[in-house]
Design a protein around this ligand. Structure first.
Ligand SMILES: Cc1cc2nc3c(=O)[nH]c(=O)nc-3n(C[C@H](O)[C@H](O)[C@H](O)COP(=O)(O)OP(=O)(O)OC[C@H]3O[C@@H](n4cnc5c(N)ncnc54)[C@H](O)[C@@H]3O)c2cc1C
Length: 427
């Protein structure tokens, strides 16, 4: 029997899943597949909490599929090799998946597309994780936006929700009825982590007023859910009210950075603004370690880094301050900080992480100007006046056990200004 394969990737849900919905309407029976990609796993610890989250979501999906008489086929290994085996094992008429815009994924998908095409298998890929993708929002002259506000204005002008995939095709007769053994976490070679992704919360009534205050805890915690597609961006945006304008704006930042990465993939390794290429980073390993461990002596930076190390999350304002401190106060290359965040953040997402780090370093599109250097002590007075956030994460704060500041703010500020200024004046 000819069937179609639906390939889950960063869209770990059955509801309002664009490609799955199309597959279920194809007229063929659908076999759902997930591949743990060796290439990605290679750089992760065995107890990476994000892998654990993926596994939890796959378990939920498999349980849902069982109620349709189907199940999830789970594979682990080299993606191309696995597809070659699948082509031999099943009579595949078509393959469906949702697009992933990251450079590695695009390259991998092109290889798989060619392989399937060589085997006369049709491939259909869909937009799913964003409202607007690739070149849908461009300037009048056809070039991509590199400044947020005009991008956002065009985004809002074009915005209408007209593509909510209906879930009515989620019916038993559309699935390939089979029972695939579901491997245990240990069988897959993973180990459990104490760090867990928490549920998101769309009760964001005071978001506009509170979002900059870490202790107010007004964030939605949506980011890992959007990262792995366990919720639909369309369903989230449909639930917002007109007063949630600022929150919507944050979601548009996410798409802004995704289209930057799509149009300028060089940002993964290079400054968006080449004029900063010659900055002489100090990259002192001992100082970098103190920053990683939350032992800089600047309480807001330290509280943020400890929150990150212990929970895989850091409040957005604190991320901005911690990133700025590393790059400007310590003159450590933003790429090192970006890699540390990529390793630790549950919501690590290449486009947002890279875009925000380049923003903090002043090297990115629409970035903070290089001479804007956060004063972490002033930021603390403004955003954690009652010291609640720092006391939560630095138990020894206020005692002799807490380390003194590792660098003097005025001195570090001047040093950063000179390092940047030397480059700017040369260009
Ligand atoms: C140095 C640095 C690195 C970052 N790395 C990442 C990352 O790897 N992955 C990631 O998802 N976000 C990243 N962010 C953006 C932001 O900090 C997180 O999205 C946010 O803190 C997640 O918490 P939340 O879901 O409660 O956010 P909320 O405040 O509730 O915002 C809702 C959603 O809007 C989006 N959003 C909010 N702020 C931003 C932003 N500045 N840029 C892009 N999207 C945004 C996210 O999808 C977020 O889930 C980074 C920010 C900085 C300053």
């Amino acid at each position: 029997m000819k069937i179609v394969l639906f390939w889950f990737r960063r869209d770990l849900r059955l509801n309002d899943n664009s490609a799955l919905n199309a597959a279920l309407k194809s007229g063929f029976k659908v076999l759902p597949l997930f591949i743990f990609d060796e290439e990605i796993l290679f750089s992760l610890q065995k107890n990476d909490p994000r892998v654990q989250f993926i596994y939890q979501k796959l378990t939920e999906i498999n349980n849902q599929l069982l109620s349709y008489g189907s199940s999830l086929l789970i594979k682990k290994g080299n993606v191309e090799k696995i597809w070659r085996e699948l082509i031999k094992e099943y009579q595949i008429a078509e393959v469906y998946f949702n697009k992933d815009y990251e450079p590695y994924a695009r390259q991998r998908d092109t290889t798989i597309f060619d392989l399937l095409d060589d085997n006369q298998i049709k491939v259909y890929s869909f937009k799913d994780q964003v409202i607007f993708e690739e070149s849908e929002i461009l300037k009048k002259d056809g070039s991509p936006y590199t400044v947020f506000t005009p991008y956002k204005n065009t985004w809002l002008n074009r915005f209408k929700i007209n593509a909510i995939a209906d879930s009515s095709s989620l019916q038993k007769q559309n699935f390939f009825l089979f029972r695939s053994p579901f491997p245990s976490f240990e069988q897959l070679g993973f180990q459990t982590s104490a760090i867990q992704v928490i549920d998101f919360n769309l009760n964001i009534g005071n978001y506009a007023q509170d979002r900059n205050f870490p202790q107010a805890d007004s964030g939605s915690y949506l980011s890992p859910h959007l990262r792995f597609g366990t919720v639909s961006i369309r369903e989230i945006i449909l639930q917002l009210n007109a007063k949630d304008e600022i929150f919507l704006s944050e979601l548009i930042w996410r798409e802004f950075f995704m289209q930057i990465l799509f149009h300028f993939p060089k940002v993964v390794y290079e400054n968006f603004r080449a004029k900063y290429d010659g900055i002489k980073w100090r990259n002192n390993p001992d100082e970098f370690k103190k920053w990683q461990e939350g032992k800089t002596g600047f309480p807001l930076v330290d509280a943020g880094m400890r929150q990150l190390n212990q929970t895989g999350y850091m409040h957005n304002r604190v991320r901005m301050i911690a990133a700025s401190f590393l790059v400007k106060h310590l003159l450590v290359d933003w790429r090192l900080g970006e890699a540390y965040f990529a390793d630790k953040l549950l919501d690590f997402e290449l486009a947002s992480n890279n875009g925000n780090w380049q923003w903090a370093a002043g090297t990115g599109c629409d970035a903070a100007p290089y001479f804007r250097i956060f004063n972490p002590t002033e930021q603390l007075k403004k955003f954690d006046k009652e010291l609640k956030y720092i006391k939560q994460w630095i138990p020894e704060y206020g005692s002799a056990d807490y380390c003194p500041p590792m660098v003097e703010h005025k001195f570090a500020r001047q040093r950063a200004l000179e390092a940047y200024h030397n480059i700017v004046s040369l260009s």
